[in-house]
Design a protein around this ligand. Structure first.
Ligand SMILES: Nc1ncnc2c1ncn2[C@@H]1O[C@H](COP(=O)(O)OP(=O)(O)OP(=O)(O)O)[C@@H](O)[C@H]1O
Ligand SMILES: [Mg+2]
Length: 256
C-alpha cells in the first residue's frame, strides 16, 4: 500500500507554540537583534545561546511584551502579541523569569508568588489557601522552608530568585522563559528547577532557556538557537548538539 505524504501513518508535526518572525531591535546605533526568527514547539526546551551582548535578553523582553520590536512578529499559537504589553503577553500564556530578578521587596512571599495572577486568586481565596499555593510552588524548587508572610526583601538572593521562578511556574504558562535563572542557584537547587521544568515540558509546556553553562544547555535542550551579534547563526536539534560544535558557532575566532 502506498502512503501519500502526510498520510495517516505519519506522526503529526509537533505543534509550534511560540513563533518569532523577523524580529529587529535597535538601541541608537546598536543593532541588538537583526531579523531573528525562531519556532518553539509545545513540549520542548528551546535554548538561546549567545555571548554577552548577543541580544538574548532583548529577545526575552520583546516576547514578554516589555520592549517593543522595531520590526517583526511574536505569536503564541495563532495569536499575535501585537503592541508590546506585559499584560497581553501574560494573557497569551507567556511567563518570564527575567535576568534581573523582579520581586516586590516589601511584599510577602505569598503576595510575590501570586503577583500578576488573576482576580480569582487575589479575591476569592483565603489567606491560608493563597499561602498554600505559594508554598507548593516554592516547595518544588527548594528544600529550605519559606515563611509565606516574610517580606521578600529580607530573603537571601537565592530565595528571591526562587520566588520569581515560583511566580512564573504558578501561572502554569504555555510558554516559560528562563533568562539566566540558574546563575544564582547551586547544583541541588538547579536540579530541582530542572525536574520541575521537565515535568511541565512532558505535559506540553514550551520553554525558552538561557544559560551560559554548557552542561546545562546540553542536558536540558531539545533545540538550540545560537545568536551572534543579534543574528541567528544556527538552530540545532538535540541529536546535533555537542560542546565543540556549539562553541565554534558561538565564537569561531576562539576555537581556531
Ligand atoms: N536598554 C538598552 N539601551 C541601550 N542598549 C541596550 C539596551 N539593552 C540592551 N542593549 C544593548 O543591546 C545588545 C544586546 O544586549 P542584551 O542584554 O540583549 O544581551 P544578552 O545576550 O542578554 O547579554 P548577557 O549575556 O550579558 O545577558 C548589547 O549591545 C546591549 O548593550
Ligand atoms: Mg542577558
Amino acid at each position: 500500500m502506498q502512503l501519500s505524504a502526510g498520510g495517516a501513518d505519519e506522526a503529526p508535526a509537533p505543534e509550534v507554540r511560540l513563533h518569532l518572525e523577523g524580529i529587529r531591535r535597535t538601541f541608537g546605533e546598536t543593532v541588538a537583534l537583526d531579523d531573528v526568527s525562531l519556532r518553539v514547539r509545545a513540549g520542548s526546551v528551546h535554548t538561546i545561546l549567545g555571548e554577552n551582548g548577543s541580544g538574548k535578553s532583548t529577545l526575552v523582553k520583546i516576547l514578554s511584551g516589555v520592549l517593543p520590536a522595531n520590526q517583526g512578529t511574536v505569536r503564541v499559537g495563532g495569536a499575535l502579541l501585537g503592541v508590546a504589553s506585559p499584560a497581553r503577553a501574560r494573557r497569551l500564556g507567556i511567563a518570564t523569569v527575567f535576568q534581573e530578578v523582579l520581586v516586590a521587596p516589601n511584599r510577602s512571599v505569598t503576595e510575590n508568588v501570586l503577583l500578576g495572577q488573576d482576580s480569582w486568586h487575589r479575591w476569592h481565596r483565603r489567606g491560608r489557601e493563597r499561602a498554600a499555593v505559594a508554598l507548593a510552588a516554592l516547595g518544588e524548587l527548594s528544600q529550605r522552608p519559606f515563611d509565606p508572610r516574610a517580606e521578600v526583601g529580607e530573603l537571601d538572593l537565592v530565595q528571591q530568585h526562587q520566588v520569581a521562578i515560583a511566580r512564573a511556574l504558578a501561572v502554569e504558562p504555555q510558554v516559560l522563559v528562563l533568562d539566566e535563572s540558574t546563575a544564582a542557584l547551586d547544583i541541588e537547587e538547579r536540579d530541582l528547577l530542572f525536574a520541575a521544568v521537565r515535568r511541565r515540558v512532558s505535559a506540553g509546556m514550551a520553554v525558552i532557556f538561557i544559560s551560559h553553562r554548557m552542561d546545562e544547555v546540553l542536558s536540558l535542550s531539545d533545540e538550540v538557537t545560537v545568536l551572534r551579534s543579534g543574528r541567528v547563526v544556527a538552530t540545532l536539534a538535540k541529536d546535533e548538539l555537542g560542546e565543540r560544535r556549539l562553541l565554534a558557532l558561538l565564537n569561531p575566532e576562539a576555537v581556531r
